[in-house]
Design a protein around this ligand. Structure first.
Ligand code: NAP
Length: 442
């Protein structure tokens, strides 16, 4: 039997994900060699503190604090340190030295992806990052490779497990946002500082990556319009539930082709993150707890859904190892493939140009002609109403009646919908606008 070639693998970071990657590289060395056609030798693990306790028992001599030295002598580099620096510089050094890089660092890729992809192309090496979006779920390679003969029209993703857990908790128990967040923190689904998750920043980074690969154009974090879930109330969830909807934080990337409408934007790609109402029968509505899923619509394939664990050391390590084997195979066969194509040249559209439906909750005066006034105002703004429901409440003490009106519109430009809501606020029969949420999947 011919001796297999050995490829040196440098691991940067040995935390939740890195420790599991190291374990699999050592425990499954023979299986990985058989699949790759080369032995993947873990040449070292760079960390901040070599003496820190680790989740996995690993040979002490593998650890170093000199990440730069490790990177310079590797065929493959796995970056699982997180953060922008020194991860960015180390990845660039690795690629300039001819190493293929695997990373799970969504924050870095969303912020500085274009520079990194360019450097990878220049150096003729592969940069892969399956773990950066939706943890264990194979989603980037299917978009980049399996769907490369098709045209993706829309991507809807539940790509942040923390917010999905919180919204699911609110939906199933009726809890307020703050209580659901506290429960998520107690169970370890949310960090002590949950800002990046609940404000939608983590999902926005993933939306930029998904949009870039889906539409063959590099979209940066600034192209993503982002709204988190902090303003979603138990009342919003209850009202949505009653109307047959569930509220999810979605990362959306969709191609809009109807140029020349009354608002700015025209043709391009709308990339956004916001709480969204979905019909309870939509496949994404069934994604419970901290799970992730990505729903893709493509011209020829139709609808596809990818579902699984979006985080966790071992599940995420699975995605990292998949990228590693793929990169190693290409090294064995000679020459890396292209990491992504950027021939799409489609502009990123502002949020005003996106096309969506609105769910609007109104507290209105209970008097004749109210419904007609509201319907007229919607029609004036070119927004048509799909569902309008009225519930009458009587205050037990004052005996005063008030009416709650819930409206779901047909799809229209965001700018027209926002202008309608502003105009509605000015009507004398409106006591207050109790909620405004976007709806997808109807
Ligand atoms: P983590 O548990 O915080 O581990 C980070 C590791 O990097 C630690 O071992 C740390 O060393 C090392 N490190 C950090 N800064 C360093 C520096 N300046 N020099 C040398 N070593 C340094 O992180 P993680 O949860 O494994 O996540 C790693 C990456 O995967 C992140 O980009 C994250 O966004 C991404 N990711 C994570 C998950 C998940 O479920 N955790 C899912 C998808 C993607 P010490 O141990 O010595 O402190």
């Amino acid at each position: 039997m011919t001796e297999l070639r050995t490829l040196k693998v440098a691991l940067l970071g040995c935390g939740n994900v890195g420790a599991q990657v190291a374990r699999i590289l050592i425990d499954d060395a023979d299986a990985l060699a058989a699949r790759t056609g080369a032995r993947l030798e873990l040449s070292g693990i760079a960390v901040r503190n070599v003496d820190a306790p680790r989740e996995v028992d690993l040979p002490r001599e593998l650890f170093t604090t000199d990440a730069e030295l490790l990177v310079k002598d590797a065929d493959l580099v796995i970056e699982l340190m997180g953060g922008i620096e020194p991860a960015r510089t180390l990845i660039l050094t690795a690629m300039r030295n001819g190493a293929c890089v695997v990373s799970g660092n969504k924050a870095l890729l969303a912020q500085d992806g274009p520079t990194l992809y360019e450097e990878a192309d220049k150096a003729g090496v592969q940069l892969s990052y399956e773990a950066a979006v939706a943890g264990a779920i194979p989603i980037l390679r299917p978009i980049r490779d399996s769907l490369s003969g098709d045209r993706i029209t829309r991507v809807l993703g539940i790509v942040n497990g923390t917010t999905n857990f919180i919204l699911d908790q609110m939906d199933s128990t009726g809890a307020q946002f703050a209580d659901a967040l506290a429960e998520a923190q107690r169970l370890g689904y949310a960090e002590a500082d949950p800002t990046a998750d609940i404000e939608g920043y983590d999902a926005a980074a993933k939306a930029a990556i998904l949009a870039s690969l889906s539409f063959h154009t590099r979209f940066a974090l600034e192209d993503v319009s982002c709204e988190g879930i902090t303003a979603v109330t138990a009342a919003d969830i209850a009202a949505a539930k009653e109307a047959g909807f569930v509220i999810k934080l979605l990362a959306i990337a969709e191609k809009l082709t109807d140029a020349g409408t009354e608002t700015e934007g025209g043709a391009g790609v709308s990339v956004r993150v916001h709480p969204t109402l979905l019909p309870r029968e939509h496949p994404l509505a069934a994604v419970r707890g901290a799970f992730n899923a990505v729903f893709i619509e493509a011209e020829n394939a139709g609808e596809l859904m990818f579902y699984g664990q979006g985080a966790g050391g071992t599940p995420t390590a699975s995605a990292v190892l998949g990228d590693l084997v793929s990169a190693a195979r290409r090294l064995v066969l000679g020459g890396p493939g292209r990491t992504e194509t950027t021939t799409g040249h489609v502009p990123a559209l502002p949020i005003d140009a996106s096309i969506t439906s609105y769910y609007i909750g109104l507290d209105v005066a209970d008097q004749p002609g109210v419904l007609a006034k509201i319907a007229h105002l919607f029609a004036e703004h070119g927004v048509s109403i799909e569902i309008m429901r009225q519930t009458i409440h009587r205050d037990a003490d004052s005996n005063v009646e008030s009416a709650e009106l819930r409206i779901v519109t047909h799809r229209a430009r965001e700018a027209a919908l926002a202008a309608t809501v502003e105009a509605v606020k000015g009507l004398d029969v409106i006591n207050s606008v109790t909620s405004v949420l976007r709806v997808e999947g109807v």
